[in-house]
Write a protein that binds this ligand. Structure first.
Ligand SMILES: [Zn+2]
Length: 310
């Protein structure tokens, strides 16, 4: 193995998770223009794409699957929606005079950690419910339609599901009076986490291998092996999965490059518009309606389908 590959293998996760978040913290804590957060996020994406070339899990995941255009739109919509959510904070604070329960006098870093721990629980629960309840799975399936893992795929979300995530994950914090600075860093940390979770990089986590909900733990969540991917719902840590009893540290067999996707929609729609309409033409356990307008309709429900049929 080349020295460069070894360097990326060991440095990728610390640089992304610690380094990029530290850079964002510096921007906010020192009062620099918030626009710099966008620059740090672009640098993180660039590093993820570079690492994928140097130390990939599967070479096949680096090749185009005809998904770049739709994924770029997803990434843009995702970040704009997050920003809109943050911009609502002053309005929420104005409408909620009890917002003073937020511990404004704690060190900023502790406030950010508090926000991450609370949001991680909420995101894990929404994610867990999204695999249980068909009405939510219809929306969340857009995220699982990705045929490969790479940097952009974490930001592939149906806008309605992202809104649900934001409302459940951050509204309690907003109502408690979370300041804009903390919300921006929470949003930034979520974006970094999504990029690292889904990037096609073979990296080492050492003693954090079963503590952080990234790497192979999340790849297992994306397999199309019936119910075997219904585990590891966490975004930041495996803590809440352990409490839910849904933590699976090892895949039962090696994950191959073509083992990802939604099992009842093997030929998932590729365009952004089709993915936007997907929840309304998809029946969990059956597949897509309107075969004329969409590409795939399995003949019958799989007996051990991954998610409950309606
Ligand atoms: Zn999921």
């Amino acid at each position: 193995m080349s020295a460069l590959k070894v360097a990326f293998r060991y440095a990728y996760a610390p640089v992304m998770v610690i380094g990029m978040n530290a850079a964002a913290f510096f921007v906010v804590a020192k009062g620099h223009h918030y626009g710099w957060l966008g620059a740090v996020l672009l640098a993180a994406l660039a590093l993820a794409f570079l690492a994928e070339r140097i130390s990939p899990v599967h070479d096949e995941w680096n090749h185009s699957h005809g998904d770049e255009k739709a994924n770029a739109v997803h990434a843009l919509v995702y970040e704009m929606s997050s920003l809109n959510g943050v911009m609502l904070l002053p309005l929420i604070a104005w409408l909620t005079p009890w917002a003073g329960i937020w511990p404004h006098d704690w060190p900023l870093i502790i406030q950010v950690v508090l926000a991450i721990v609370v949001a991680d629980l909420a995101f894990t629960l929404v994610h867990y419910w999204s695999h249980i309840y068909p009405v939510l799975w219809r929306l969340h399936a857009v995220h699982h339609g990705v045929p490969r893992m790479y940097g952009f795929n974490g930001l592939v979300r149906h806008p309605l599901h992202q809104t649900l995530d934001m409302v459940v994950g951050t509204l309690p914090l907003a109502l408690a009076g979370m300041p804009v600075d903390v919300a921006l860093m929470l949003g930034f940390a979520v974006s970094i986490q999504l990029i690292v979770q889904h990037s096609n990089v073979e990296y080492e986590l050492g003693p954090f291998r079963n503590v952080m909900s990234i790497g192979r733990i999340h790849h297992l969540h994306h397999v199309n092996w019936g119910k075997e991917g219904d585990c590891n719902f966490g975004l930041f840590t495996t803590l809440w999965d352990r409490m839910l009893g849904t933590f699976h540290p090892e895949p039962p067999r090696p994950i191959k490059a073509n083992d990802l996707g939604v099992d009842d929609v093997p030929d998932f729609p590729k365009s952004y518009w089709e993915q936007l309409m997907f929840p309304f033409v998809y029946t969990p356990g059956v597949g897509l309606k309107n075969p004329g307008s969409q590409k795939s309709v399995p003949a019958s429900p799989a007996p051990d389908t991954m998610h409950p049929a309606e």
